[in-house]
Write a protein that binds this ligand. Structure first.
Ligand code: ADP
Ligand code: MG
Length: 619
């Protein structure tokens, strides 16, 4: 399983690395924000064989980060060395290829001590008492006796007090807390046999529990899946495919979510390599490739994957914060992931991909063999006559827009279809009259000078989005109380979602606290009466919490609304009546920007008569 130091071991002494070893270690900034300090401290606790790790934050970690463990402790004589740069008990410097611990650089404690007020209190099992050493902005004080059981507590106060310029790069306390929670979740996933708890103290001093995980028995496949079920998010356990495949010394375990629980962001993707959580673009791309067209565009798979291999097969000394690794044979890792995942997903039935084209063969050799369904055929060679409806509105469009009154409730069947039947002598509308639906996904409409083809899902999504946006601008999105309030388990994200309650209410979602880690959805956008409120909330929350500080609030609200709109839209694969299709076309004519979907793809292509005649070589 994990290649951490074995349970039965000699405590190794802390020693200074010699200069040549120092030079071979990937250099760079380790402590960028509270989350990186927390990560380093928790890694140390794990390397020390802790079975339970308790962490506490105050003010997003700016004021205090404290990590206490029940690990092997540090001997009195080595306490000062622990704070020295390039001093470590984990490697002797002779071999940087075969690293079995999470830490090895001997820099974390020194780096933190250099920019904050740090106290390190520790006791080994054999020692008669605990000892404590403190450092402020790099100035180390003499050690003194202290009280605690075997194990180590590190307290970091006033991070970056010695480098105030760094403080300016920190985000809000909420965002820093969120990042810290993410870091801890990833480590907790990687180490299911260890109990974790993270608390945050509020201004009133009351503690809020952000994460509380009991130790699983062992760290085998079952323990991993159980912990993943707690961490990856609601729905994961019920909708996942488990993986268990070994090839050439490389083992792939864990699980990946079925396409229907895909999310709007990549935040719910975990990859653990030899007990180390890593972010790896190439491997993430491999996973995405394995899903291929099982996933709609813009959706992100949810997964918790574990790769285990001999330590020498992977280089961990490539990134200062150890967030990336390099496989000696990256191609075989990639092919193991793609092959195993695709086989499992393909074997899971195709219920979620109605209308999405032929299923990939179960033993498809590589991602290139998947049909590329994303290419709009309007752009295929030889079909130059097909083109998106021009962005300039045809005559009549502006007038139609002026008379358009947004419907109060817009489930397509109920409202869009309720319009009067087209009159025979009315002037021809720009998008024509619906004549047919093909593949349960596209509307074929006839215009005097040709025909128009509409992607029903993309079009409806845009309409819902524009309506929601207009409503938000006027008086807030209209809400409707749910008959049965929906309880949504959000784990550590619950607090952040509740903090954003006002913003969510403006988007039509009214949430309330509901015990630890859960919120209760009381009201949902009226326009989306049929959507699943839990999925709505999760997507809206993802958008609101994502990239905090990067975009303005307005942009995040728009993104959240766009995702909400997705839920209310007619899917491809739904059969529509001619009246419903006409209603959709009329709404499109009245909605600015309706020729593009929320993701910027065209919703409509037009083939004019001359183009048709050319195809048949009549011209
Ligand atoms: P590294 O983890 O790379 O060795 P650190 O600066 O993080 O470097 O820690 C320095 C040394 O202090 C470690 O090698 C370890 O011996 C000791 N140490 C740090 N934290 C703990 C802990 N929680 N329990 C036991 N020993 C620890
Ligand atoms: Mg360390």
């Amino acid at each position: 399983m994990t290649t951490l130091l074995p349970d039965i071991r000699e405590r190794r002494a802390i020693r200074r690395l010699d200069p040549s070893a120092q030079n071979r270690i990937a250099a760079g900034e380790v402590i960028e924000r509270p989350a990186s300090a927390l990560k380093e401290l928790v890694e140390n606790a794990l390397d020390a064989g802790a079975t339970r790790i308790d962490a506490r934050l105050v003010d997003g970690g700016r004021t205090l980060i404290r990590v206490a463990d029940d690990g092997e402790g540090i001997a009195e004589a080595e306490l000062a060395l622990a704070l020295e740069r390039h001093a470590t008990s984990k490697i002797d410097g002779s071999n940087l290829v075969d690293i079995a611990s999470l830490g090895f650089r001997g820099e974390a404690l020194a780096s933190i001590a250099a920019v904050a007020r740090l106290t390190l209190t520790s006791r080994t099992a054999e020692a008669e008492s605990a000892w404590c050493i403190a450092a402020t902005a790099g100035r180390v004080e003499p050690i003194r006796p202290a009280a605690r059981d075997a194990g180590t507590t590190v307290e970091v106060r006033d991070l970056f007090c010695a480098t105030p310029a760094r403080l300016r790069f920190l985000k809000s306390a909420r965002a820093e807390t969120q990042a810290a929670v993410e870091a801890l979740r990833a480590l907790a996933l990687a180490h299911p046999a260890v109990a974790f708890r993270l608390e945050e103290a509020g201004e009133d001093g009351a503690a809020r529990v952000l994460l509380d995980l009991a130790a699983a028995r062992g760290d085998g496949a079952e323990a991993r899946l159980a912990r993943a079920a707690r961490l990856v998010g609601e729905g994961f356990e019920a909708s996942r495919v488990a993986l268990d495949e070994t090839r050439d010394g490389l083992a792939l375990g864990g699980a990946a979510g079925r396409p229907e629980i895909a999310r709007a962001t990549a935040r719910h993707q975990y990859l653990v390599v030899n007990g180390r959580p890593v972010r790896d673009r190439a491997l993430a791309a491999a996973v995405r490739a394995a899903y291929g067209d099982f996933l709609a565009r813009g959706r992100q798979p949810v997964y918790a994957l574990f790769l285990d291999c001999p330590a020498a097969m992977v280089d961990v000394n490539v990134h200062p914060a150890k967030a990336e690794v390099r496989f000696r044979d990256a191609a075989s890792v990639r092919s193991l992931i793609v092959g195993a995942l695709r086989r499992r997903l393909a074997g899971e039935g195709t219920a979620s991909r109605r209308g999405a084209g032929p299923a990939p063969a179960a033993e498809a050799p590589g991602p290139a063999s998947l049909p590329s369904l994303g290419t709009p055929w309007s752009r295929r060679a030889g079909w130059g006559e097909w083109k998106p409806v021009p962005a300039t509105r045809p005559t009549g469009f502006a007038e139609a827009a002026a008379t358009f009154a947004p419907a109060p409730a817009a489930a397509l069947t109920e409202t869009d279809a309720a319009g009067p039947p087209p009159e025979a002598d009315a002037p021809e509308p720009p998008l024509g009259r619906a004549r047919a639906q093909i593949h349960d996904a596209y509307i074929v409409a006839e215009i005097a000078d040709g025909l128009v083809l509409v992607d029903q899902h993309a079009a409806h999504e845009r309409l819902v989005y524009e309506r929601l946006k207009a409503a938000r601008g006027r008086h807030g999105v209209e809400r409707q109380a749910l008959l049965i309030p929906e309880i949504v388990d959000l784990g550590a994200e619950a607090a952040a979602v509740l903090d954003a309650a006002d913003a969510l209410a403006a988007l039509g979602l009214v949430v309330e606290p509901f015990g630890p880690g859960a919120v209760c959805v009381r009201e949902a956008p009226a326009i989306l009466a049929h959507a699943d409120p839990a999925a709505l909330l999760r997507d809206a929350a993802d958008a609101l919490l994502d990239g905090e500080g990067a975009d303005g609030l307005q942009a995040r609200l728009d993104a959240a609304l766009s995702r909400i709109a997705c839920h209310g839209s007619v899917r491809s694969g739904r059969r529509l009546t001619l009246a419903e299709m006409d209603a959709l076309l009329r709404s499109m004519e009245a909605t600015p920007g309706a020729q593009w979907c929320n993701h910027g793809r065209p919703t409509t292509v037009r083939l004019d008569r001359a183009g048709i005649e050319k195809l048949f070589e009549r011209r």
